[in-house]
Write a protein that binds this ligand. Structure first.
Ligand SMILES: NC(=O)c1ccc[n+]([C@@H]2O[C@H](COP(=O)([O-])OP(=O)(O)OC[C@H]3O[C@@H](n4cnc5c(N)ncnc54)[C@H](O)[C@@H]3O)[C@@H](O)[C@H]2O)c1
Length: 353
């Protein structure tokens, strides 16, 4: 059987997770790597054994050998590159966030529909085993009606700088970068309810806290502490048409005692936590039960999550599976993220029809 030929566009930090997972998949030939930074692309091609190196993604699109691409570039380029890919007859796995505004998201959705190609959005937490274990309980109605959820991702010191803190290239700060993961996985587990209204706030109070000493944090390759045009904190209340609601709080910097991640759902028959670790809460014979599933990883396993995501994408390209994270969900998530920014900017609740 001939192998699925993959091109990876954007050879920075997260490309490592894609490249490693493709190399582990025996249905794939890792064929090409593209980056504006040729040296970076060459190094990755050598490390992972890809035949071709491109600097301009349009040249990769014109290569008929490529069947599918992973897009691991700055957020503002995702939609344009994904559109070019599907128009060139290639399937697409695009990193989160799918794009930075609703107009671009809708255009991409149209392009995908017209092309007949597959697009999977890199909502990697959907593919994590703790999420999929819980999904089975939810699908079997163990939580009943889920009416309240909480999405928290707090970094007390963690603005990565570089393009992440340049709003032109990132589309925003912690909300669009890390908030997207926790909001999306909850929305997916809630059964993708239609959003009704959003009330959001963003704050630019602390900046990137470049003055802090003796506490290390992840910094982008082109870190420059003088540049920062993104929010340092965001919160929101999202209301859905089915009556459910979600509370969100996310930050790059905050005077918090420690970093925190929480993904929690509350229903009429039970509750659940995906993070900080998988737990299912219920009631039996008038007694509250806190249940701990006996699984290899109760929390998000980065390597395993990416391997599941990539393996699933490969099977989608081969027509063996449907994606868990289609372009339509990318559009809805873009509406939610941009809705939070719009509400914050206007200083009032916004409504969707
Ligand atoms: N799923 C996750 O958990 C996760 C984690 C980190 C990053 N990401 C996403 O992955 C993407 C990349 O993030 P990163 O941390 O790897 O950033 P990075 O800065 O380390 O790498 C981005 C690379 O893209 C290249 N690039 C930018 N525009 C390009 C273009 N038009 N053509 C070719 N190359 C281009 C840059 O030169 C750079 O090498 C972002 O969208 C980010 O949100 C996802």
């Amino acid at each position: 059987m001939s192998k699925l030929k993959i091109g990876v566009i954007g050879a920075g930090s997260i490309s490592e997770a894609h490249l490693g997972a493709y190399v582990n998949n025996n249905k794939v030939e890792l064929y090409a790597i593209c980056d504006l930074n040729e040296q970076r692309a060459k190094e990755k091609a050598e490390k992972y054994g890809a035949k071709k190196v491109y600097v301009d993604y349009n040249d990769l699109m014109n290569d008929p050998e490529v069947d599918a691409v992973s897009i691991c570039t700055w957020n503002n380029t995702h939609a344009e590159i994904a559109t070019a890919a599907v128009n060139s007859g290639k399937h697409v796995l695009v990193e989160k966030p799918m794009t930075t505004n609703v107009e671009k998201a809708l255009k991409l959705e149209e392009a995908v529909k017209n092309s007949g190609k597959k697009l999977q959005v890199g909502f990697v937490r959907r593919y994590a085993s703790n999420t999929q274990v819980l999904k089975k309980f939810i699908d079997n109605d163990d939580l009943g009606e889920i009416y309240f959820t909480k999405a928290t991702c707090i970094r007390r010191l963690g603005n990565p700088g570089g393009w992440f803190s340049d709003v032109e290239r990132s589309g925003g700060g912690p909300l669009i970068d890390i908030g997207v993961h926790v909001i999306d996985v909850l929305w997916y587990l809630m059964g993708r309810p239609k959003v009704k209204s959003i009330s959001g706030n963003t704050y630019n109070k602390l900046g990137n806290r470049k003055n802090i000493k003796n506490l290390s944090f992840y910094q982008a390759a082109d870190y420059d502490p003088e540049k920062n045009t993104v929010e340092d904190m965001a919160n929101a209340l999202i209301r859905f048409e089915n009556g459910a609601s979600m509370l969100v709080d996310v930050s790059f910097t905050l005077h918090a005692k420690k970093d925190e991640i929480a993904i929690k759902l509350y229903g009429t028959k039970g509750g659940a936590e995906v993070e900080p670790e998988l737990a299912i809460i219920s009631e039996k014979h008038d007694t509250i039960m806190n249940m701990t599933p006996q699984v290899d990883s109760l929390t998000f396993d980065f390597i395993d999550g990416f391997q599941n995501e990539i393996d699933h994408f490969v099977d989608v390209c081969l027509g063996e599976k449907e994606t868990f994270s289609p372009v339509q969900d990318g559009v809805e998530m873009t509406k939610i993220l941009c809705g939070i920014y719009e509400s914050a900017q206007k200083g009032k609740e916004i409504y969707f029809d």
